[in-house]
Design a protein around this ligand. Structure first.
Ligand code: NDP
Length: 349
């Protein structure tokens, strides 16, 4: 059985979901309420069938973490949310089913790494076994790279002449995307964007290429922008001039881009999303407003499913900046085999 630990994107989102699910008394509650709410097993009867015919079962655990907890410096609460959700998932047992592998979605893995939670093994009487958790970032990075390659061709961008800016380049996903673009494509130029200059310098040294630039300098030069920064709230880039055509792939959760950009020849694609070839028996993707909620999901969640299909009960993605191109290929091949495909731009829209 696989597990998925997720969270909503903002307090406003959490309130709207509470109303929608028929809990109006929670819909009026402020951040304090969400700070004290324990993790919830929202659905433990998820069934996913692979393109090979194999079916697996899984559970979705809502951690009740909200990004405002970081922006309002409720760090201890944020940490407690993630550790409690991990302990709840590990402790789960029903009808002899155990959750063998769980994806830490969205900010869960970022909080785990940023606050070094591997030191906190004992949680509410449970000794956390980290080999049962995966960040899902290897699959996410693979899917974003596939989206770059496939969509560039669709919108008339030739990678061999293109400049790609990666916002969040030094992160776990961003650095993996840079490695792939460097080794597996003939992209002309890479622009590396993040705040910490030392980490940017280390990445540039590792790649042996790439220009370090600020967001405002980089965006007007880029044919493609990959957004994978861990921003609790999106940024508005409405005032920054963009190339035409320009492809913006927003892989952040919550989204890195604040407003819907509607300019001719500027294409915005949801990044790090896969579409399964068969319907999945669940409702949780309606809550995060996927266009096709029966089939579309976050690539990190799909990683836990793939590991369960393959019986690779191991923390396939773990630690920071250790994702190799070889591991991306391995998870990518398994992803295709089980019927997951990168979400694509529909040019009719
Ligand atoms: P990391 O924390 O490892 O990396 C974040 C990167 O963003 C770093 O390079 C950081 O560098 C940079 N960054 C943070 N804030 C800013 C800012 N204001 N301006 C510019 N750069 C910034 O995160 P991950 O790689 O694990 O995740 C990246 C994003 O992907 C997150 O939004 C996450 O929720 C999302 N995600 C999506 C998944 C999916 O399935 N679609 C799965 C997992 C994650 P610095 O601090 O130096 O600025």
């Amino acid at each position: 059985m696989f597990g998925l630990i997720g969270h909503l994107t903002s307090l406003e989102h959490a309130q709207a979901v509470a109303y929608r699910l028929g809990y109006p008394e929670y819909g009026n509650q402020g951040l304090e309420f969400w700070c004290s709410a324990p993790p919830q097993i929202v659905d433990d009867n998820i069934r996913v069938t692979s393109a090979t015919g194999q079916t697996i079962k899984g559970a979705y655990v809502e951690s009740c973490f909200l990004p405002e907890m970081l922006s309002q410096r409720r760090i201890k609460t944020a940490i407690r949310k993630i550790l409690n959700a991990m302990a709840r998932t590990q402790k789960y047992a029903r009808e002899d089913n155990e959750i063998q592998i769980t994806a830490l979605g969205g900010f869960s893995s970022i909080i785990f790494e940023n606050f070094n939670l591997k030191e906190n093994k004992q949680v509410r009487g449970v000794e956390l076994d980290f080999s049962r958790f995966t960040t899902g970032n290897t699959h996410t990075a693979y899917i974003i790279c596939q989206q770059v390659e496939e969509t560039a061709a669709k919108v008339g961008i030739d990678l061999s002449r293109a400049t790609i800016a990666v916002c969040g380049a030094t992160g776990d996903i961003g650095s993996a995307v840079c490695r792939w673009l460097d080794k597996k494509t003939d992209v002309q130029d890479l622009l590396l964007i993040a705040r910490n200059q030392e980490r940017l310098q280390n990445l540039q040294d590792e790649l042996g290429r790439g220009k370090i630039l600020g967001l405002e300098e980089a965006l007007p030069l880029a044919d493609i922008v990959v957004w994978v920064a861990s921003m609790p709230k999106g940024v508005d880039i409405g005032e920054i001039p963009l190339k035409k055509p320009c492809l913006l792939i927003d892989g952040g959760y919550p989204k890195n881009l604040d407003t819907k950009i509607q300019q001719p020849d500027v294409y915005v694609l949801k990044g790090g999303i896969v579409e399964h070839s068969l319907n999945i028996d669940w409702t949780i993707m309606e809550i995060v407003e996927m266009d096709v909620p029966d089939r579309q999901l976050f690539a990190c969640f799909a990683e836990a499913m793939i590991l369960e299909f393959e019986q690779w009960h191991t923390n396939f993605s773990w630690g920071r900046n250790q994702i190799t191109v070889e591991k991306m290929e391995k998870i990518g091949n398994a992803s295709r085999k089980h019927g997951f495909n990168p979400y694509q731009l529909s040019l009719g829209n």
